[in-house]
Design a protein around this ligand. Structure first.
Ligand code: NAD
Length: 257
């Protein structure tokens, strides 16, 4: 396979599992060096080791809570010292804390906004310094079809819609420095996040997945690799004229979940 990311370093936040691990693996297939950060340090290291061994690239796992400025800056400094800097940032780390508005706690709100929205801001601010000085960078953030509205997700949809505005704004600010900034907005992707959310609602994850697939135009749910393929395209040199875009990836036209 063509090594289109040879010489690049890709940092994937929340990359220990799910969509992030799929994205990290796809970059590794393209020859990128990989940095995975996750709040679960052991899982980040295990995933990095597996991907590095499978694809013959350097891959390192870092413990980092993306909502903590000091941890984000220390991690980016460590990657810069060890590997020369971050060429590609994928803002993927996330959690859900679903509740209808009358039951949504301050903590439900703060944790989701802090991890998705502030975490992406902190990571982008930390990596853009090196990208600007090297006049190259690719930033891709994970939005969601929930940005269009989804019952029980006032916190999550606000964070995912906020990421869309931040993406468009930073494309304007960073474009002159050779940096593109885009977001992908997946629909239903089969991961721990969607399985746990089915269980929380008292539903069988397999039955729920089948029900969701029946309502999707291509009649299947997404898998992490579907998202990884799109993220890698947006991070490639072929996409150097694509910036400030929100690309929905949900097996049909953009709709709420
Ligand atoms: P997941 O729960 O499988 O993985 C999320 C990862 O983020 C986990 O490894 C977790 O430990 C890590 N994480 C959580 N909080 C963190 C923090 N503070 N700092 C660092 N890491 C942290 O979820 P997933 O389904 O793979 O989702 C990945 C991204 O894609 C999320 O941003 C999610 O909102 C988005 N997304 C998912 C779907 C879907 O259907 N699965 C749809 C649209 C968007």
């Amino acid at each position: 396979m063509e090594k289109r990311f040879a010489g690049r370093l890709a940092l994937v936040t929340g990359g220990a599992q799910g969509i992030g691990a799929g994205i990290a693996e796809r970059f590794a297939e393209g020859g990128a060096r990989i940095a995975i950060c996750d709040i679960d340090a052991d899982a980040a290291r295990r995933t990095a080791e597996r991907i590095g061994a499978a694809h013959g690239v350097e891959a390192t796992g870092y413990r980092c809570d993306v909502s903590d400025r000091a941890q984000v800056e220390a991690m980016v400094d460590a990657i810069t010292a060890a590997a020369g800097g971050v060429d590609v940032l994928v803002n993927n780390a996330g959690v859900t804390r679903d509740n209808l508005i009358h039951k949504m706690t301050d903590d439900d709100w703060d944790s989701v906004i802090d991890i998705h929205l502030k975490g992406s801001f902190l990571c982008i601010r930390a990596v853009q310094r090196g990208m600007v000085s090297r006049k190259y960078g690719r930033i891709v953030s994970l939005s969601s079809t929930s940005a269009l509205g989804n019952r029980g997700q006032a916190n999550y949809s606000a964070a995912k819609a906020g990421l869309q505005g931040m993406t468009r704004t930073l494309a304007l600010e960073l474009g002159p420095y050779g940096i593109t900034v885009n977001a992908v907005a997946p629909g239903f992707i089969d991961t721990e996040m969607t399985r746990k959310s089915a269980e929380r609602r008292g539903l069988d994850p397999d039955a729920y997945r089948a029900e969701r697939a029946a309502a999707i135009p291509v009649r299947r749910v997404g898998v992490p690799r579907d998202v990884a393929n799109l993220v890698c395209f947006l991070a490639s040199d072929e996409a150097s004229f694509v910036s400030g875009q929100i690309v929905y990836i949900s097996g049909g036209p953009e709709t709420r979940r």
